[in-house]
Every structure is written in C-alpha cells, then in structure tokens.
Design a binder for this molecule. Structure first.
Ligand SMILES: Cc1ncc(COP(=O)(O)O)c(C=O)c1O
Length: 408
C-alpha cells in the first residue's frame, strides 16, 4: 500500500469507527453456534454418527411431500397474504382449538418456521434497552434474538438434582420484576427436556398479568411429550385468554418432521395482527405458497403420524437412557419432553473440548452443554430421534472413548 493509500484507509476507518465495515456491536456480540464448531471439528472424519442437531434422521412423511408436489404442479409459486393462506390459518385454528381451547383464525399467523416466529414475537414487543428474562439452559436463539433488538437478557437457571431438571419458581418470579418487558420460556425445553407444570404456568401467568409482562412461550416441542398420557404438554394457551399478553410460538419442524421446510405459526392477540403483518412483510413477506399448502395437509391429516412418531421417540428415549445407564460415570434420567438427553459424564466440565474430542477420536457427534449457555456447562446433549441400532452404536463409541481415556 502506498503512503497516500494508507492515509485514505486510516481516514476511512476514522469515519466508520474502530470496526470499519464490520457489523454493529450488538450483532458482533452474538454467540456463534458451538454445535457448528463441533461439527466443523468432525469435517474429514469418516463415519461420524451425528446426534448433535435437533432433527430426526427420517424424511418428512410421504403424504406431506406429495401435497407439496401437487401444489407445485398446480402452480402454487406466488406470494401469499403476509399472515398466511386462509386454509392454513383455518386448519391451524381448528388444530390449536382441539388442543388448547377456542382459538379463531384471527389469532393465528403463519411464519417461516419457529425461529422466524420467535424473531417476529420479539420484534413485536421488545425494543432497545428493554429487559427480558429467559429460563436456561436453552436453545441459544431465544436468548440471542432479543439482544439483536438491543434488549438485555437476564437468565434464570433450572437446577439439576436427583429428580432431573427443576425450576425454582420463586427465583423466576423474583427475576420477573415490574418493568420487565418479556419472559422467553421454552417448554418442553431444548436441551433439558424439562417441562413446565400447569401449576407453574398458572403462577407465572398471574405474576406476569400483575406486572404487564409479555410471555413468549416457545411450544415447538409440545407434541413430543411423555409426562402422562396427554396428547400434548401443558401450555400457556390452556390458561390464558387469547387477547392477553401471551404469544405462543410453534413449528411444523418437530411434530411432522419438516425441519427443512421452514414453516411455523404464532398464536397471538388479534390486536397484534396488523402490526405483525407489517413485520412479516419486512422480514420474509410470507412463507412459500406450496409449503403452506403442504402444511394444510400435515395439520388436517397428520394426527396419526404424529402420535406414532411420539411413540417411537418415547421408545428411543427409554432405550438410550437404559443403554447409557450401563456406562460407568454417566448420570442420566428420562425427561418428560422434547427429543434430547442432557446428561453429565467425565470430562464434560469442558464440554466443548470433550465434544470435539469425541467426534475426532471415535466419530461420535454430540452437542456441548455450553452451547446452551454457561448454565449448560458440565453436560452434553444427545438427540435420540433415530433407531435403536444407531443409538447402540453411539453408546459403544462413547464407552470406548471413556475407557481409552481412563475415565470409566
Ligand atoms: C426450542 C426451539 N424453539 C424453536 C426452534 C425452531 O425450530 P424451527 O425454526 O425449525 O421451526 C427449535 C429448533 O430446534 C427449538 O429447539
């Protein structure tokens, strides 16, 4: 670089600030995905068994794929209404009503999957400087999204003890101070599988009502519930009137194995819908038309599929718990919901390093607990949405690893 070019660069960096053409501070401060970091460590390793991501190894059911093919063949390739096509909003209103009580089409909006629903919910109610509370360990998106908007997030950690992961309700209520703008709560929870009880939901709802705090309830795992014989986990929608400060986020990804389709929905007060339409317009404009058509079929005809999926997941969960309990040094319990085991094992005090070693040395792909916040350190997450032979192969790799490094 010549002297005069150097002078121009230095002048430019003075004009643009210390980070030149970099992103703004709130974005630079976001946590990168540690699960990706582990997956990157596995590049070049042959024969990795991946249990790190939150999805099944099974493809979307044929009847849903057929519906999308038909929609494409019929030319469903145009923009739709911001809040979704009427048949999907109607189908979702019927579905939500059947699970959680009367819900009108006017309370439902279609989104581009659960993560977009979370972003939209946050954009609706949170601004710069607002205070948000989240219960952790937690899928990082719920903690990071409010920060993108300039909010500050205080976390309340679940505790791990003899009966698994539990919530200290008094601690949560104490954190939900007057002036708090929003509670982000995910139940059944990723990564722990912890599921909030109805009594806890009632207490939190009453507290938030008293202080005018919005509840954004991430219920994308509500159907993956094994706590009792119920078809669905306890939901804030069972307790709240539809026009109070509760936004429920949901997704087609988990109950119908549609992760790659990017389709989800929100249940929210009708007063929000016009403004939500504007936000959808400026984020994505709409979910893809043929995907929404497939969503109608999933909701209307997918109940038997979802129930058999949940039965399979329950069997996989029980199989993996039993298999891991035979490994020395592992402390694991069967959670009530979602599709993960979140457990401790020797070496997990540095879970990121441990998971990188596991993938490099024995080809076992687990997610480090620290990916879900500092509260998750000391644990690893294993997604059990696959068949038992694959789970057994993974457990054998883990046993081999622990014996080799002298931990078991
Ligand atoms: C807790 C939680 N919420 C929301 C999502 C969003 O899923 P999607 O964007 O695929 O609908 C996930 C995905 O893993 C999740 O674990």
């Amino acid at each position: 670089m010549s002297e005069s070019e150097g002078a121009v660069v230095s002048e430019l960096s003075q004009l643009t600030g210390a980070h030149g053409a970099g992103a703004r501070e709130a974005v630079r401060a976001l946590r990168p995905s540690q699960i990706r970091e582990v997956a990157n460590a596995g590049f070049g390793v042959a024969d990795v068994l991946p249990f790190w991501f939150g999805e099944s190894d099974r493809v979307t059911p044929q009847f849903i794929r057929d519906a999308a093919s038909r929609a494409l063949a019929d030319g469903e390739t145009f923009y739709t209404h911001n809040l979704g096509i009427a048949p999907l909003r109607e189908a979702l209103a019927r579905y939500v009503s059947s699970l959680h009580g009367a819900t009108t089409t006017g309370h439902v909006a279609v989104t581009s999957a659960g993560v977009n629903a979370l972003m939209l919910a946050a954009q609706l109610v949170v601004g710069a400087g607002d205070r948000v509370v989240a219960v952790t360990p937690l899928w990082p998106n719920l903690v990071e999204i409010p920060k993108i908007l300039g909010a500050s997030v205080e976390t309340v950690s679940l505790a791990y003890g003899p009966s698994g992961w539990t919530l200290d309700l008094d601690r949560l209520l104490a954190a939900l101070t007057p002036g708090t703008r929003m509670l982000m709560i995910n139940s059944p929870n990723n990564p722990t599988g912890w599921t909030m009880t109805r009594d806890q939901q009632r207490t939190v709802l009453e507290h938030c009502r008293r202080h005018g705090i919005w509840i954004v309830a991430d219920e994308v795992y509500e159907r993956l519930y094994y706590g009792d014989d119920a078809r669905v986990a306890p939901s804030f929608l069972d307790l709240a009137a539809r026009d109070e400060r509760v936004i429920a986020v949901n997704s087609f990804s988990k109950a119908w194995l549609m992760t790659g389709w990017r389709l989800g929905w929100l249940v929210a007060p009708t007063q929000l819908m016009d403004d939500l339409g504007k936000l959808v317009e400026y984020n994505t404009s709409c979910a893809p038309s043929f995907v929404q058509k497939a969503g109608v079929v999933a909701v209307a005809e997918g109940e038997r599929f979802t129930q058999s999926l949940v039965a399979d997941l329950r069997a996989s969960r029980d199989h993996l718990v039993k298999a891991l309990q035979t490994v020395d040094g592992i402390d694991v319990r069967a959670p009530d919901g979602a599709m993960y085991l979140f457990f401790s094992l020797p070496g997990a005090a540095k879970s990121l390093e441990l998971c990188k070693s596991l993938v490099r040395e024995v080809g076992l792909g687990l997610a480090p607990g620290s990916a879900f916040g500092p509260e998750g350190e000391g644990f690893v997450r294993w997604c059990y949405a696959c068949d038992s032979a694959r789970l057994d192969a993974g457990v054998e790799r883990l046993r081999r690893f622990l014996i080799t490094c002298g931990a078991a």
